[in-house]
Design a protein around this ligand. Structure first.
Ligand SMILES: C[S@@+](CC[C@H](N)C(=O)[O-])C[C@H]1O[C@@H](n2cnc3c(N)ncnc32)[C@H](O)[C@@H]1O
Length: 299
């Protein structure tokens, strides 16, 4: 077991509560979550694309990006020829990570369903032979041949918006070379915030598998649907799609609670020590985080 493996491995458990539930009809979701509208991800992210990067310039986001970037680069460090596919690339955070580092990569493809997010990505980085962007649904990777990438990644929840996750995983498995790395960030089903909301809000749907997601809980009442994962579910489904060597890391356990965000979030040093403390306390329990990072290898 190497360093990362030891750090993020958790025991495999199976449980009924982790199985995907039946989808709740949209009209019922609107009522249950007091939403005005539930949009498709395409429509939702088209609307927020222009101001998207500006939403993530605070100290908490900056440190989260650094933690994710370091872990991602560590994960792909031994991959010999780096052909990287970034699913739900948004404004191309994945390319930003690569460019900030000295990692040499042969090819980067960024794919997103939102034309406006891709517009922002192209404006930021441009396109050339080494880096290209595609406006597509990641559940359909027919643009790419079998075994064409050595790394498939999806940062900060993009894969959670693929409601047909089985089709999504089947496609990822197809385009990834044997031995290739999967770095998948999804929203976590049993985050502390969701558990508190479901307990004190008396609404068990806050820990449902499929529910609305709005960026930064912005209170606009507009959201899009997403799937919320647990390590147990990932451990159940990933081997069915040919993935092994599965490990997890949780990111942001308590910092998303408004009181903590306000008291800690304005000071970069305090944010750093808070994240360190969270990592020490919750390392073995990634399911309680806001974001669940799953790292796996195609067998
Ligand atoms: C929370 S944002 C994350 C963006 C980027 N990965 C980042 O970390 O900054 C989710 C992104 O996933 C994209 N997305 C949602 N569903 C998608 C799908 N089925 N296929 C491709 N992209 C999708 C959205 O358009 C949006 O850009």
């Amino acid at each position: 077991m190497n360093g990362i493996q030891k750090k993020f491995s958790i025991r495999r458990k199976k449980g009924k509560k982790n199985k995907p539930g039946l989808p709740i009809p949209i009209e019922q979701q609107l009522k249950l979550f007091r939403m005005k509208a539930i949009l498709t991800p395409q429509h939702y992210y088209d609307q927020v694309a222009q101001g998207y990067d500006a939403l993530y310039t605070d100290h908490i986001s900056t440190l989260e990006n650094k933690i994710v970037c370091d872990l991602f680069l560590e994960t792909i460090t031994d991959v010999p020829k780096k052909y990287i596919l970034d699913l739900g690339c948004g404004t191309a955070l994945g390319l930003d990570f690569l460019k900030q580092s000295s990692v040499e990569f042969i090819y980067y493809a960024g794919m997103d369903i939102s034309s406006q997010m891709i517009y922002q990505a192209k404006k930021r980085f441009g396109e050339n032979q080494q880096q290209e962007f595609f406006i597509e649904d990641m559940a359909d990777l027919s643009l790419f041949k079998d075994n064409s990438f050595s790394v498939v990644t999806s940062f900060f929840g993009s894969f959670s918006h693929v409601l047909n996750y089985e089709q999504g995983l089947k496609e990822i498995q197809r385009v990834l070379k044997p031995g290739g790395k999967l770095f998948l960030m999804t929203y976590s089903r049993f985050s502390i915030k969701s558990l508190l909301k479901s307990t004190f809000g008396f609404n068990k749907h806050y820990v449902g598998f499929r529910r609305p997601y709005d960026i930064r809980n912005n209170g606009s009442g507009v959201a899009c649907e997403a799937l919320f994962y647990s390590p147990e579910l990932m451990n159940d489904i990933l081997p069915q799609f040919g993935f092994g060597d599965i490990r997890f890391k949780g990111l942001n356990y308590l910092m998303e609670l408004p009181l903590i965000k306000i008291s800690v979030g304005s000071n970069p040093t305090r944010v750093a020590s808070w994240f360190n403390m969270e990592d020490r306390i919750f390392r073995e329990h990634p399911q309680y985080a806001h974001s669940l990072i799953t790292i796996a290898t195609k067998q």
